[in-house]
Ligand binder design. Structure first.
Ligand SMILES: [Zn+2]
Length: 769
């Protein structure tokens, strides 16, 4: 079937086996094939390196970032569920550019009455709605949750002109803010706080009808500076709801006034603990700071339940300062139970903190702080030591949202306190995930609005590692003799998505607003891709060093996808362009199989193909160096009496070569193969992957060989390997441990095994029920 071109110069005679270099089939080649090569470098996709961002993936010599400091006075009006604020922003223009105007983000305007966000969905009717979503969509007046901007003033108290375009506010400053200059201005604002259990708001309150209290988790609550960078200029893409946030770093000085009987925690170091803590709380807090093995309750459930009945008219002001954070969030309620424990990270003490209403118990008092501790340990090990002094996990119904030092998490038991495994694992996993976001994107500060996967994917990958370590460190929490049941991370778990309908799949390198199935797109697939990269392509040592290098290069900075891709190669010497191309830039999937096996035997007599080769060129055997031939079983070249004999027994040339060239000792070492197999592997899937093969021999022994992904570099559809063996080959399995997310394993075995497809199993299951 295929043409063989013998290249005499490249004929290689090896000890114990004979290999003839043969060029691969050319029949399948299309003109321009090499332009479509999966191994082509990503010069067209990547932006050109420059003095801001180096080709290595590190920040360049001229790298800069802007800074925004905030001084804020916040007042929560619990009775009316309103929030009021006055803030002074000091903005530092560290860029080389003069800025004619500034952009400020007004994210709450996504909840304004005239928001365009609800108008852009073109999906038609849902077949089911939650009662609250049905009411808010079809019955109630739209909620009025947008910002009311009372004023914007310059440093001298004079009004500053501004223009609001949906969720973005342009400050029309009187003269450009020159490179190296800073500007201060103040904004006074208020808005109605939404019920976050309706329409999936990321921030707001939950109302507890039984006791009449609210628990607030408040974020995106103040006008925030947009990012100005060398990559996007102003990142002023509107906030539509899915694409999250892009924020500069800065220092925060924040006072929050809430009812006097509220418990509150927030981003930053509490400045007036003596004012807001009771003596008893202070005593317990001091204990907690020395408690490394278990949390200490600062506010007990009994105390929280007593506080629920209070409804104090008095207020208390909690004061915080935070250094080098990119955002701010706080949680407050009189319903909160509060526990803390210390954890050593890089020789420093960090407080792992949980805050939850009684509705979260007993699950929350049992698991939350444990999960925080594990997250800080695992993530610090793989990136950098957690730099802040605390990490808080707050329980809020249906929430999973992250801010610096604080996050909101779901996981609520039934009313009688019982809970399913699903609730328990869901809760531990979301806490690991959201606390983990401290690292990506709160510290490694990527642009979430543009690249959802850079924080969600990297965080979900790290979440998998932390979950597995949680399972090992807390065996009593998980089912006996099992691993932690991670929902995402293992290769096989991404198969249904990657094998799915292509019209609902986008490349990972997509804007989060524009994709169907954001979960697998931005979380599951990149996490799995990194996990496979670590375990199967690069190996843990090379991967972990490169990943850590990325985290350390970009902590407290703004990386782009190329900075990540380039650093992973820079720090490992592994060319990964093919991997980024396949997994991140396309919607291709992995499918690799074994197509067929041919047996060969060594012969001294020229094969028919060789005879033709010589005839075409007017050559005789005497014109050529001594040759050894491989003849296919049952072909016209095949002589049954050769079967099973050592090559040196059937080829005089080989025998003479070995007698002449090898010492006696070397000859004694020789293990001559009896069997020669040519195995054809095919690749119906678009993504090249290492070809992982398990060979089984007649004596039951197995041999595992991994051919690097580069085996597909010249022929993306089919490759052939020669296996020379002393033992008869009886079985081949491709990807035996399901490491590559191969979407169809029915072609992974030789001889072909009757294997039921998932669809067949599914059909049988349906019938069985
Ligand atoms: Zn996330």
């Amino acid at each position: 079937m295929f043409k063989i071109k013998y290249c005499l110069a490249s004929m290689l005679f090896l000890v114990g086996a004979l290999a003839i270099a043969q060029e691969e089939s050319e029949e399948k080649r299309e003109p321009g094939h090499y332009n479509q090569s999966k191994f082509k470098q990503l010069y067209e996709e990547f932006s050109t390196p420059n003095t801001y961002r180096s080709a290595s993936g590190a920040p360049g010599p001229d790298y800069y970032q802007q800074r925004a400091d905030y001084k804020m006075n916040i007042v929560l009006d619990d009775k009316n569920a309103k929030i009021n604020g006055v803030e002074t922003i000091t903005y530092y223009n560290n860029s080389p550019d003069d800025l004619e105007f500034l952009w400020v983000q007004l994210d709450q305007n996504v909840r304004a009455k005239d928001s365009k966000s609800p108008l852009r969905d073109g999906n038609g009717v849902n077949f089911a709605y939650t009662a609250s979503n049905f009411a808010s969509t079809y019955i109630q007046e739209p909620f009025d949750g947008g910002f009311n901007i009372e004023y914007v003033k310059d440093a001298n108290g004079k009004p500053l002109s501004f223009t609001i375009n949906q969720t973005m506010m342009r400050l029309n400053i009187p003269k450009p803010l020159k490179s190296g200059e800073q500007i201060s201005f103040s904004i006074k604002w208020w808005y109605n706080i939404p019920d976050h259990t309706v329409n999936r708001a990321r921030s707001g309150y939950e109302y507890f009808a039984k006791d009449g209290n609210r628990a607030y988790v408040i974020a995106q609550f103040f006008p925030r500076m947009a990012v100005y960078s060398d990559v996007e200029g102003w990142q002023n893409h509107q906030f539509w709801g899915s694409g999250e946030f892009a924020l500069p770093f800065g220092n925060y000085d924040v006072s929050i006034t809430v009812p006097a009987d509220h418990i509150l925690d927030a981003t930053g170091v509490l400045q007036n603990r003596d004012d807001v803590f009771s003596k008893e709380m202070m005593k317990r807090y001091k204990q907690a700071k020395k408690s490394y093995d278990k949390p200490v309750l600062i506010v007990t459930q009994e105390e929280a339940e007593a506080a629920e009945k209070g409804f104090s008219d008095k207020t208390k002001t909690w004061k915080f300062k935070a250094t080098n954070v990119r955002d701010y969030g706080f949680a407050t309620s009189r319903k909160f139970i509060w526990d803390m424990q210390a954890v050593k990270i890089g020789g420093k003490d960090v407080m792992a903190v949980s805050m939850y209403p009684k509705e979260g118990n007993p699950l929350w008092e049992e698991q939350s702080t444990k999960a925080v501790v594990q997250t800080l340990k695992t993530y610090s090990k793989h990136t950098f030591d957690y730099p802040y002094h605390k990490a808080i996990s707050v329980h809020a119904k249906n929430q999973g949202m992250e801010y610096p030092m604080i996050c909101w998490n779901y996981g609520r038991p039934n009313e009688d306190g019982t809970y399913s495994d699903r609730t328990k694992y869901g809760m531990i996993s979301v806490i690991i995930h959201e606390v983990g976001h401290n690292f990506f994107p709160m510290i490694v500060n990527s642009d979430e609005r543009q690249w959802g996967w850079m924080d969600e994917g990297l965080d979900t990958f790290m979440q998998y590692l932390a979950e597995q370590e949680f399972g090992k460190n807390y065996p009593e929490v998980i089912a006996p003799n099992t691993k932690y049941p991670s929902r995402r991370g293992e290769a096989a778990k991404i198969v249904p998505y990657m094998a799915g309908d292509q019209s609902y799949i986008s490349p990972i390198m997509s804007n989060p607003e524009n994709v169907y199935q954001l979960g697998p797109n931005a979380y599951g697939k990149p996490a799995t891709a990194l996990n496979i990269l670590r375990e199967t392509v690069m190996g843990e040592e090379l991967f972990d060093h490169a990943f850590k290098t990325y985290a350390q290069r970009w902590k407290f900075k703004h990386p782009t996808p190329e900075d990540f891709f380039r650093t992973m190669e820079d720090a490992s010497a592994v060319d990964l362009d093919w991997y980024w191309r396949g997994w991140f830039y396309t919607t291709d999937y992995v499918d690799i199989g074994v197509k067929g096996v041919k047996k060969y035997y060594v012969s001294s007599k020229p094969t028919k193909q060789m005879e033709k080769y010589m005839a075409d060129r007017n050559l005789t055997e005497s014109d050529l160096p001594p040759l050894v031939y491989l003849a296919e079983e049952d072909s016209e070249d095949y002589y049954p009496d050769l079967k099973g004999k050592f090559p040196s027994a059937t080829s005089q040339n080989l025998k003479e070569f070995m007698m002449d060239k090898l010492t006696e000792a070397e000859r004694g070492q020789i293990k001559e193969p009896k069997y020669f197999y040519e195995i054809t592997f095919d690749k119906p899937g678009g993504i090249p992957m290492p070809l992982i093969v398990e060979y089984t021999y007649a004596d039951g022994s197995k041999e595992n060989i991994t051919y690097p992904a580069e085996i597909w570099r010249k022929n993306d559809a089919e490759v052939r390997r020669v296996l020379a063996s002393q033992k008869e080959l009886v079985g081949i399995v491709v990807d035996p441990k399901l490491e590559t997310a191969d979407i169809d394993t029915t072609n992974n075995s030789w001889p072909i095994k009757e294997e039921k497809s998932d669809f067949d199993k599914f059909k049988e299951n349906i019938k069985g029920k």
